[in-house]
Design a protein around this ligand. Structure first.
Ligand code: MF3
Ligand code: CO
Ligand code: CO
Length: 292
């Protein structure tokens, strides 16, 4: 996705597939059109949670490396190369590669792209904002997260959108507690975001994650009560990944079947963590830790 004359993104050219060392274990869905269906638990043991935390640590370290490298002139494919290199260097598999046919090792969503942008020959320009979403699959468990990055100097409006989206995720995480329905998370996010005048995307949600990339448990980012009434329990693992916009929350999809853009082409931002419900609240499983 390079840009057209008015600065909007257009589809670009993809580089050939990146190989993964044969000793790295693949998720079951790789090479298949869709993952096996899952109706199992979202509750994990203490040992399993440490495996998910390990996967999340790898994803976070890959994003740290991208943050160090990002600069005007870099392409989104170069971001993908770095994501692929860091994730596989720790013996993990980049979960998006071959997920329902997604061709790359991360998602790169620039400016008006809400989510699921495909890395290609798009050149990042001064003033762009870009979300990078990385999931690592390690010893049978996925750790899913994303972050925003700024390219050179960005506008105050763009910086505020990013800061407020990060805070919206924090509000959602703070709403997590055992005994509450998962719809309290979206209520906290929506009330914060709409007070500041942002749109909150509804049709892309957080999700259960662990042995499966998307378990079937849905975590909305808006107030969906009385729907989505799953009750949180200690050991339950899911993502929270709000997408805020400067305009409408309506979206359209490119013909590539992946890239989701705001219908009005307004800027949008997202942050994502994988969390586990604890006795007291939530513990974030996608942080860079001192050891790995
Ligand atoms: N990591 C994304 C999420 O947060 C999912 C990406 S699926 C892909 O759920 F196929 F687009 F890569
Ligand atoms: Co996710
Ligand atoms: Co993600």
């Amino acid at each position: 996705m390079p840009k057209d004359a008015s600065g909007l993104l257009i589809p670009g050219v993809l580089a050939p597939p990146r190989p993964v060392r044969p000793d790295i274990a693949r998720p079951e869905y790789v090479g298949k059109p869709a993952p096996a269906s899952y109706a199992g638990t979202n509750i994990y043991s203490a040992d399993e949670i440490e495996q998910i935390r390990h996967a999340g640590n790898i994803s976070s370290r890959a994003l740290d490396a991208i943050g160090d490298a990002i600069a005007p002139g870099m392409t989104t494919d170069e971001i993908d190369a770095l994501a692929h290199e860091v994730v596989t260097s720790y013996g993990a598999y980049p979960s998006t590669l071959g997920y329902r046919g997604f061709p790359k090792s991360c998602c790169t969503s620039v400016n008006e792209v809400i989510c699921h942008g495909i890395p290609d020959n798009t050149v990042l320009d001064e003033g762009d904002i870009v979300n990078v979403d990385i999931t690592s699959y390690w010893h049978g468990f996925h750790g899913d997260m994303n972050r925003m990055f700024t390219v050179g100097q960005v506008s105050d409006v763009a910086q505020n959108l990013i800061d407020h989206t990060r805070e919206a995720l924090n509000r959602g995480i703070k709403a997590v507690a055992p005994g509450r329905q998962v719809n309290v998370i979206g209520r906290a996010i929506q009330s914060y975001a709409e007070r500041l005048g942002y749109g909150v995307v509804r049709d892309f949600t957080g999700h259960g994650v662990g042995t499966h990339f998307h378990s079937g448990l849905i975590i909305p980012h808006y107030d969906s009560s009385p729907l989505y009434d799953d009750v949180m329990e200690p050991g339950m693992v899911f993502t929270i990944e709000p997408m805020l916009t400067l305009g409408t929350y309506e979206w359209s999809m490119w013909d590539d079947g992946w890239t989701v853009v705001t219908k009005d082409h307004a800027l949008t931002a997202q942050f994502e963590h994988t969390v586990v419900v604890t006795e007291r609240g939530a513990d974030i499983l996608t942080l860079t830790l001192p050891t790995l």
